[in-house]
Design a protein around this ligand. Sequence first.
Ligand code: ATP
Length: 330
Amino acid sequence: KNLIVALGEVVVDFIPTVSGVSLAEAPGFVKSPGGGPANMAVGAARLGAKVSFIGKLGDDMFGHMLLEMLEQNQVSGEGILFDPEARTALSFVTLRADGEREFMIYCNPKTDLRLKPEELNLDLLRSAKVLHYGSVSLMLEPCRSAHLKAMEVAKESGALLSYDPNLRLSIWPSPEEARKRILSVWDKTDIIKISDDELEFLTGCDKTDDETAMKLWHPNLTLLLVTLGAKGSRYYTKNFHGAVDSYRVKSVDATGAGDSFVGALLCKFVQDPTILENESKLREVLNFANACGAITTTKRGAILALPTEAEILALINGAKSQQGKPVWVV
Ligand code: ATP
């Protein structure tokens, strides 16, 4: 078994043609495929993993464009359905001068989250080595039940469950509802990746130290990862914990960095599951995943910016020879 299955949303991001302006001031936007689970899927496939996607798209031009994009990127779309009454979700993303973002998402959840439990491709889920998901698909029925059933079927067949909540507060009815739903699958998941902002949001603490991260630990968890943007990532397992620095790059758009980081990690996990038990192997993989996330921030758009293995190794080897000076300038 070496298949990664990603479950959830694939959307069209609209990225302003210039940085550092508000949505209202932006002179124009460029279409760019995105959506957390889809970014992870393409990221892992670009690094050589076998990946399938499960989700539902609007039966419109954008929906068909996104399926084609996934398949061109070697992500199998056999688990994707089209809904004639749904519109594919759009997300307008502002790029601040420092590469951080604000989102304005156009998705009508009543039509967008229509995947039903009985529509799941069970064969795909049963053959998965990893099932990866976010939290958007937990927002509403019937998609929530489909999401929970997918977790159950994959787990029963021996898959590892991987979770990146990818919090987008603006699409939830309230912060309390977002927190409750995000935490509802917490103790069933084996690998969880959150950002430092999500750590603050989920714990209600204004610190992101180890003690705060430990508040989110649960006994069934194999690996908890906290990503810290330019500062790299931290890892926690039952037996060890630590931090791995990222690389100095010229960031222009942070969209998809976290998803690309997880894609690199899962790709390495399916090749060698012992990375979760061996600290030095895990640190090596996180160094690779950090470099992958870092490169993703050097170009506009999420999926358009996902790197190949050769680009990641060039950054890692270049940084070694230049001793920490910025090595990747776009
Ligand atoms: P997203 O929600 O866009 O998917 P995230 O907030 O979940 O992103 P980040 O912490 O921004 O995730 O990024 C993931 C990883 O990518 C970081 O742990 C780091 O290794 C790398 N990274 C991100 N931004 C930068 C940066 N500006 N410079 C260097 N590395 C970065």
